[in-house]
Design a protein around this ligand. Structure first.
Ligand code: NAP
Length: 209
């Protein structure tokens, strides 16, 4: 798949590693082009671009910035008409222990309002960066889960195929409105990881009998 990845931080680095390993063609951009170049140099399938050149012919854009920076970062790419945006953000407070948006909306829905010509999918937001970078296998020989919520079926299926190509199980979490559940789920994961001391090698999943 052809993917534009925005962000060179914790999540951006994990995506660059895993997308490269899965053979996807990645156009990487960030606020600091040099950081993007340094990261891209590690991977044969990842190339760094300044924002105005970063879209190219990518069908998917992964936005791996803070929620507050996401709309501006997406808009800096140019024409997003028909593009699939994978929103991995969590709208966290400064101490990471609560959400700044929720209940009657979500980060994903607010981003969708900011880029109405694009198709927004909520996904990957419940994975710690350390888990993303390490990949989907857990020590208990379980495979981790990516929850996917979107209104557009093609966008959801594309995001599902992307997550599966990286080895993740996928749970269809319904429409984009259910980002209102997925973002607090990430909040609980952060509490358990940092607040309750379980560490960052954990991830939520769903079981079925
Ligand atoms: N870390 C996690 O475990 C985790 C897990 C799940 C979801 N998330 C979510 O994933 C997102 C990224 O988290 P992170 O931990 O990777 O954050 P991070 O390490 O701070 O990285 C954020 C990246 O976004 C870049 N950025 C900011 N504004 C930008 C803009 N206008 N254009 C292009 N790039 C811009 C930053 O550039 P600079 O380097 O110049 O600052 C940085 O490279 C957040 O929304 C977070 O809630 C994080």
């Amino acid at each position: 798949m052809k993917i534009t990845l925005i962000g060179t931080g914790n999540m951006g680095s994990g995506f660059a590693k895993q997308l490269n390993a899965a053979g996807h063609q990645v156009r990487l951009t960030g606020r600091d082009l040099n950081k993007a170049k340094v990261l891209a140099e590690q991977y044969s399938n990842v190339t760094a671009y300044a924002a105005p050149e970063a879209l190219g012919d990518s069908e998917i854009i992964i936005v791996a910035t803070a929620y507050d920076d996401a709309a501006g970062a997406l808009q800096s790419l140019g024409n997003l008409s028909g593009k699939i945006i994978i929103d991995i953000t969590n709208p966290l407070s400064a101490d990471y222990m609560s959400l700044t948006v929720g209940h009657s909306t979500s980060a994903a829905e607010e981003i969708a309002k900011a880029v109405p010509q694009a198709l927004v999918v909520k996904a990957f937001n419940t994975l710690f960066a350390q888990v993303l970078a390490d990949g989907p296998q857990f020590s208990s020989e379980q495979t981790g889960t990516v929850f996917v919520a979107a209104n557009d079926e093609r966008a959801k299926q594309t995001a599902t195929a992307l997550a599966r190509s990286l080895g993740w199980n996928v749970v269809d979490a319904g429409g984009l409105v259910n980002a209102r559940y997925l973002e607090p789920l990430a909040g609980l994961n952060i509490y358990l990881g940092y607040g309750a001391g379980m560490g960052t090698s954990i991830a939520p999943t769903w079981l079925s009998k």
